[in-house]
Design a protein around this ligand. Sequence first.
Ligand code: SF4
Ligand code: SF4
Length: 253
Amino acid sequence: MPIHEKSLIRPENLREQESLDIDGIDVSGPWSTFIESRVVNDYNENLEDEVSAFPGGSLIHRCWQCGACTNSCTVNAINPDFNPRFWIYLVRLGMEQELIRDKDIIWQCVSCHKCTHVCPRDVEPEGVMKALSHWLEYKGHTPKSNSMHFDEEFYSQVLKTGKIEEGRVIRNYFNRTSQPLFQNWLIRMVKGMIRGLPFVLMIKMGIATLLRPKTRNWKASSDAISEYLDERVEERNSVINRTDQQEGKHGQE
Ligand code: SF4
Ligand code: SF4
């Protein structure tokens, strides 16, 4: 029987006999390929709940593993190791250690939403990929990404003022990530924007940068959003704490 998706099998688990003769038939090399059996004893039984608790991950339980997301994926077309279907499979099985082996490519999702468009089960795999990246950061498997810094700066401004001012977002984002403010791509982009913008609009944007206006009566809305976010964070933390407690309990056994 052929081995499907051979790329998903770790090379160290594939075995071949250099020289093997069975009943007079030479089955050396690839003809004798087999997968070494292994015992997995480090399941995280809460892994699916943990990923579900992050924004975008709540529909992961609906996946039926059809593979349409991976087939349509922009990044998979360039790098076959980038496989959303496989990662959803690992999460649902609780195979955390296996998942972590791909931590350096999971974040490469470009949020093109092709997978979400084709998914027959409305899993919203693009959201799941985002949830997975945030989960990896939260658990300390990867450092906080630049995109996470950007998100934090963006929503902190929205919470404070009810709107965003692009210049301030970019400036604070560069500060957070220790990047220089004057970068060639940014200078080129700003020059292009200025050329196409009406003069009055530029004046208004300049004034907004200096005065930092707020949306009228924003405090009540900001409080409601903050309360909602705090509740979600509390829920997420309680799911992760449950895992930590179980791991602690298992460690004492
Ligand atoms: S397309 Fe949807 S149902 Fe199919 S494997 Fe991907 S996430 Fe699962
Ligand atoms: S959103 Fe991410 S996972 Fe989905 S198709 Fe695009 S790159 Fe692939």
